[in-house]
Design a protein around this ligand. Structure first.
Ligand code: TYM
Length: 338
């Protein structure tokens, strides 16, 4: 395994909090096949991050291990090769938690309080505002910095966290020398934030209570079509297909989805669909979305059948990740005289 030698490292992760969405796909996964050719890639399943929003009500079943295998199969279906890249589960590699604790000493309360995602989450999870929810970006910093990562592939919603990671790394380096590489967000095309279909001013999310807001990669294709056809637009009498997130957040979101899936820029799409009515535009879009997702689903079902293969990939991934990350953790311990 791992037959390619590449210089630069790319790290990315997704939480196994539920089935993956079109937001996850457009935000990061659609680029994975291409970027793994260029970089040594680490694809992490961030199960420790997912604990932050878990309710400890025993009547709720989380099926974490099944979710994790679903995710590995989806990673493979999106083109990740376990021969070229490393796929692993965060909690299988102890170095993450250890560096997390160390880095907590290099980030300030004020900085974490300013994180937009934290502010949103405390209003969503009012009954479970735990410390990890607050420290979430520090664990992200540990994930990224442990591998001497050059590039991080994330959607725009994670940009603020990656900026904080850079700040923590710079702060540490300013005291102890060049211990960490300062990572950058991987800019593949333009920023991506896919919005909820019925409430296009908020992010499409795995954990949305309104399932019509979210397209899941494993949704039935007819359901996907219906969700798109019924997505909220606006009451423009001319039904203009125009990108304007303030006046037309719904149509802008649909244009964004189309643009990410077809790799065409928004103005070209506005021109192409200038004579379309919303309904016809949505029909075309749903054909393209369903075409992309059905290809992923076919591969997903094939990979998902062989659980032993998926488990072997994760065991191998954990072993490799430990080797890489231990080396970097030891450098940190050394400079701290620990
Ligand atoms: P998570 O699971 O919330 O999101 C995983 C990835 O999907 C992107 N994403 C979106 N992009 C565009 N539009 C959306 N609606 C949308 N929803 C999700 C996110 O930007 C992200 O790239 N904290 C990370 C997981 C993580 C991580 C890391 C990522 C843990 N450690 C280290 C990078 C590096 C997260 O947001 O997961």
């Amino acid at each position: 395994m791992l037959n390619v030698k590449k210089q630069d490292v790319m790290f990315t992760g997704i939480q196994p909090t539920g089935l993956l969405t079109l937001g996850n796909y457009c935000g990061t996964m659609c680029n994975w096949k291409i970027i793994q050719k260029k970089y040594q890639c680490f694809f992490c399943i961030a199960d420790l991050h997912a604990l932050t929003t878990r309710s400890y009500d025993h009547s709720i079943k989380y099926n974490f291990s099944a979710n994790i295998l679903d995710m590995v199969a989806l990673y493979l279906a999106c083109g990740v090769s376990p021969y070229d890249s490393i796929i692993f589960v965060q909690s299988h590699v102890y170095t993450h938690s250890q560096l997390y604790w160390i880095l907590s000493n290099f980030v300030y309360f004020g900085e974490l309080s300013r994180m937009t995602q934290f502010k949103k989450k405390i209003s969503t999870y009012k009954k479970n505002i735990n410390l990890s929810l607050f420290c979430y970006p520090v664990l992200m910093a540990a994930d990224i910095l442990l591998y001497q990562t050059n590039y991080v592939s994330v959607g725009s919603d994670q940009k603020q966290h990656v900026e904080l990671v850079k700040k923590i790394a710079r702060r540490f380096n300013s005291i102890y020398g060049d211990v960490f590489i300062i990572p950058d967000i991987l800019i593949t095309s333009r920023e991506c934030k896919i919005m909820a279909l019925q409430e296009p001013t908020k992010k499409m999310s795995k954990s949305d209570n309104n399932k019509n807001n979210t397209i899941f990669l494993l949704d039935n294709l007819d359901v996907i079509r219906l969700k798109l056809l019924q997505s909220l637009t606006d009451s423009d009498p001319l039904s203009r297909i125009k990108y304007n997130i303030y006046d037309k957040p719904g149509i802008s979101n649909l244009l964004s989805i189309l643009s990410f899936l077809t790799q065409q820029n928004i103005s070209a799409l506005e021109y192409e669909f200038k004579n379309y009515r919303y309904f016809d535009f949505k029909k075309q879009l749903s054909d393209i979305v369903c075409d992309t997702i059905s290809k992923i689903q076919k591969l997903y079902f094939k990979f998902r059948e062989d659980e032993n293969y998926l488990i072997d990939i994760l065991k191998f991934g954990a072993k490799k990740s430990l080797i890489y990350s231990k080396k970097n953790l030891f450098s940190v311990l050394q400079v701290l005289d620990l």
